[in-house]
Structures are given as structure tokens and as C-alpha cells.
Design a binder for this molecule. Structure first.
Ligand SMILES: C[S@@+](CC[C@H](N)C(=O)[O-])C[C@H]1O[C@@H](n2cnc3c(N)ncnc32)[C@H](O)[C@@H]1O
Length: 279
């Protein structure tokens, strides 16, 4: 059952936005798992995060707050590296999928992950921290008000803390629409999804200019940025052999932090830090 739906149709299940315009992934766990993480694009995303997070973050042992943790891959990644993780997620479906999966991962230390069913907007009450490390990957683009969400994440960060933020890149979405021949859509900038049915086109794709502005508004500093999946979506001939997949990964790694390539990553990955308080 969707949480806080605007409407529920009894015959055919309807997937609607919450009153604040967010898209919880209730009823989408299977589809999200199948279409992203059991597909080459999900594998590449995880491989790139595995490569980039140790480069972009200061990963001394510390507690991590994972916001909108989805199916739990990121929480597992941190837990396997010795971090204690609080994984938060408003969708009961996604959370139970993550818990079940974590239970079967033999390399996960017991009780390394604590689960909290809550939306980002409630975390200042339910998990106030302050946190030295927060991850919020691929969540802002599913919210009615991503700008307010970044302010909340900033409130949750401890002085000197780091936020690993990944957002669906609006500029790359325009480009990919043009490549697919959706020229009118690209020209009129009708890029956002509506969050209806089982569609996985984000409702609030975000641009780099917005992240720059919103970070500055909240006193956050952009320490590092990278593009995730810069090339993969535009290949006319997707890699067909393990060797070709390796070559694509090497290409993505080589240019993910180089201007201008990172700017067209399907996702933009940031490390934002909150400056220490200077007396
Ligand atoms: C595209 S998935 C990303 C999941 C995971 N972080 C990842 O990178 O695979 C977006 C997630 O955001 C969650 N979400 C939607 N609205 C939210 C909110 N207000 N607060 C926190 N998470 C939210 C959805 O339920 C969904 O699990």
C-alpha cells in the first residue's frame, strides 16, 4: 500500500505522490531492482561509486546516515567497510526488501545497520545527529522540494561533516532526450516525469547550477564532483563481452572528474562539506 497517497484506486493499483509532492517507492521495489540494479547501468553505477567514494570522501571509521537508502546497497557497502550505518527510507516495501537482502549477505557484520522508516523531512526530529557523514544518493530528484531537502541535510550535518550527494542530472536528461529523437521535449524543456504508475523518470531532475546555488545558500562547500555514467547511455553498440565492459568502466573512470565530461554524467556525485565553526 502506498504511504500517504493522494489517491488510491481499488481496482488497479495507483502510484501517487505524497501530499508534499514526493514519490515514495512503495510498490516499486521489484521494478527498481530489475530495471536498475540487475541491469548493466546499475552495475556500472555501483562500480563507479565503489571507485569514487574512497577518493571523494574522508572514510575514517565513522557513523553514517544513509537517507532514502532504497534497496540498501549503499548501507551494505559502508557496513562491510566497518561503519555503523543508520539507513532511513520512507517506503516500507523498499525497507523490507533491504532488510531481507542484508540478512542474506554473509559479509555484513551483525547489527551494523539500524533501520528507520522515515522521510528525509522528519530526520531532524527522528535522527538529529549531528552526523559527520551523510549519504543521500538519487533521492532529491524524487522530491517535490529538493531545495528544501538540501537545507534539511545541511541541518543534520555536524560542523566539518561531509555529505555525499548524488542527483539525477537535468542537463544529461535533456541531452539523452535529444539523442533519442525527443526533440520537441528537449526544446520545450518538458523533462521531468510525473511520478505516475510505475514510471522511473524522476519528477525533479536537478542541474549543477542549482546544486551550486543551494549549497551556497546553506553554507556548504563543494569539495568534489564527478559524473556517473557519462558515456554508457550514448553507446550505439553496448559492450558485449566482459573485456568490453571492463574497457567502458576504465573510460568512465578516466573521465568522470574531467571537465567537460562530468557535466553530462547521468548522475552528478558531490562531496559537500559543512565548514568547522571558527571561534
Ligand atoms: C531512486 S531510489 C534511490 C535509492 C538509493 N539511495 C540508491 O541510490 O539506490 C529513490 C529513493 O528515495 C526514496 N524517497 C522518496 N521520497 C523520499 C523522502 N521524502 N525522504 C527520503 N527518501 C525518499 C524512495 O522511496 C526511494 O527508495
Amino acid at each position: 500500500m502506498p504511504s500517504n497517497p493522494k489517491s488510491i484506486h481499488s481496482q488497479s493499483r495507483s502510484y501517487e505522490l505524497t501530499p508534499s509532492g514526493d514519490r515514495y517507492f512503495d510498490g516499486l521495489a521489484e521494478k527498481f531492482s530489475r530495471s536498475l540494479y540487475q541491469a548493466p547501468r546499475g552495475e556500472l553505477r555501483l562500480a563507479m561509486l565503489d571507485y569514487l567514494l574512497p577518493e571523494m570522501l574522508n572514510l575514517e571509521w565513522q557513523c553514517v546516515l544513509d537517507v532514502g537508502g532504497g534497496l540498501g546497497q549503499q548501507a551494505a557497502w559502508f557496513a562491510e567497510r566497518g561503519h555503523r550505518v543508520t539507513m532511513t527510507e520512507p517506503s516500507a516495501d523498499m525497507l523490507s526488501y533491504a532488510k531481507n537482502w542484508h540478512r542474506n549477505v554473509k559479509t555484513l557484520p551483525e547489527e551494523a545497520i539500524t533501520y528507520l522508516q522515515a522521510p528525509l523531512q522528519r530526520l531532524t526530529e527522528q535522527a538529529p545527529g549531528p552526523w559527520s557523514l551523510i549519504t543521500c544518493h538519487a533521492v532529491l530528484e524524487w522530491l517535490g522540494d529538493p531545495q528544501a531537502a538540501l537545507a534539511t541535510l545541511s541541518d543534520l550535518l555536524a560542523p566539518g561533516g561531509q555529505l555525499s550527494l548524488m542527483v539525477f542530472n537535468r542537463d544529461a536528461l535533456r541531452f539523452s532526450n535529444a539523442v533519442k529523437g525527443n526533440l520537441e521535449k528537449a526544446l520545450s524543456d518538458r523533462l521531468a516525469g510525473k511520478g505516475k504508475r510505475q514510471r522511473l523518470t524522476p519528477i525533479s531532475p536537478v542541474s549543477h547550477a542549482e546544486i551550486e546555488q543551494w549549497s551556497a545558500d546553506n553554507g556548504l562547500v563543494i569539495d568534489a564532483v564527478a559524473g556517473i555514467r557519462v558515456f554508457q547511455d550514448f553507446l550505439r553498440h553496448p559492450p558485449a563481452t566482459p573485456a568490453e565492459i571492463e574497457t567502458l568502466l576504465a573510460l568512465e573512470k578516466k573521465y568522470c572528474r574531467h571537465d567537460p565530461h562530468w557535466r553530462l554524467g547521468r548522475y552528478l556525485l558531490y562531496t559537500l562539506t559543512k565548514p568547522e565553526i571558527v571561534e
